[in-house]
Design a protein around this ligand. Structure first.
Ligand code: CP
Length: 323
């Protein structure tokens, strides 16, 4: 029998890479416990009382930043959102000097988003607190993959054995990369669909099936995850036109007909309607779980902050403290 640690032993959450199936289940189980708290009238507990969480986002965010702020506050922590635009970074201070400056104020967790792949890992080597990757370049976005997994598990009852098709700008997507790693770890079958210009070289080495045709990639899929064209990471033209891209790679009712009738529609957001997804599909209340993903993002981030701060709280309560 494989050895299972009695607690989540990771100091940081920098990526899905390095997490075991047990680690992933641990986060998802704890997040499941926190969903009820967020739905209740009194949304607060004191699991993180006295602790400080700093959100340091060098890239724009709606979902990740807001949900980490809510997650920290609902757990009773003091949460600071550092406004990078108004910070000394604008005066030339480096990422590392900024991190060490914040570290000197004794935070218990830093949540960092940065445009450079690897920047969050570098920063984690310089500070004493837990570091959570809120998305680094096109590398990883681990809490997105965890919230996607929780959404699927709550709807389908499992991850193992499901066929998940990830469509769109796979090349620039940290969401795709983290999801591929997580879904493979949990025994799902992963397909990617993209035009050749937006497919990473050697993607097949990540253990996925590769398609350039939506209908083929969607055939009998249980889940479809749509990705935005990440124009902010593009230098040059990757698609002939938005109109042509939507024609071949936009999710429409007609293309979705190739998937299973109960196929779930997912999107990490932000969504560009009429570019990668038809509005009718995005708003289909029977199949679209896009807003469920947003809701469960808060619970997953509560679970991550809880698990990563247990050592400093001297708490290894599997039930996530006082729920
Ligand atoms: N999915 C995601 O990371 O969204 P934000 O950029 O709004 O945080």
């Amino acid at each position: 029998m494989e050895f299972q640690p009695s607690s989540f032993t990771h100091r940081h959450l920098l990526g899905i890479e390095g997490l075991s199936p047990w680690d992933i289940e641990k986060v998802l189980d704890l997040a499941d416990n926190y969903v009820g708290l967020s739905r209740s009238r009194h949304k607060k507990t004191d699991v993180l009382r006295g602790l400080t969480v700093i959100n340091l986002f060098f890239e724009n965010s709606t979902r990740t930043l807001t949900s980490f702020e809510l997650a920290g506050k609902r757990l009773g922590a003091d949460v600071i959102n550092m406004a990078v635009a108004n910070s000394s970074i604008k005066k030339g201070e480096t990422l590392i000097d900024t991190a060490m400056t914040l570290n000197a104020m004794h935070p218990d967790a830093l949540v960092v988003r940065h445009s450079d792949s690897g920047a969050v890992k570098l920063l984690a080597q310089k500070v004493n607190c837990a570091v959570v990757n809120g998305g680094d370049g096109s590398h990883e976005h681990p809490t997105q993959a965890l919230l996607d997994a929780l959404t699927i598990r709550r709807r389908k009852g499992r991850l193992e054995g499901l066929t998940v098709t990830i469509c769109g700008d796979v090349l620039h997507s940290r969401v795709a990369r983290s999801n591929i790693l997580l879904l493979n770890t949990m025994g799902a079958r992963v397909r990617v669909v993209a035009p050749p210009t937006l497919m990473p070289a050697a993607i097949d080495r990540m253990g996925v099936e590769v398609y350039t045709n939506m209908r083929e990639g969607l055939k009998d899929a249980d889940i479809v995850m749509m990705l935005r064209l990440q124009t902010e990471r593009m230098q040059g033209q990757y698609v002939p036109s938005i109109r042509e891209y939507f024609h071949f790679f936009g999710l429409t009712e007609e293309k979705l007909a190739a998937a299973k009738p109960d196929c779930l529609i997912m999107h990490p957001g932000p969504m560009n309607r009429g570019v990668e997804i038809d509005s009718v599909i995005a708003d289909d209340i029977n199949r679209s779980v896009i807003l469920d993903q947003v809701e469960l993002g808060v619970a997953v981030r509560m679970a991550v902050l809880d698990l990563l701060t247990r050592d400093r709280r001297g708490d290894n309560d599997d039930l996530g403290g006082k729920l």
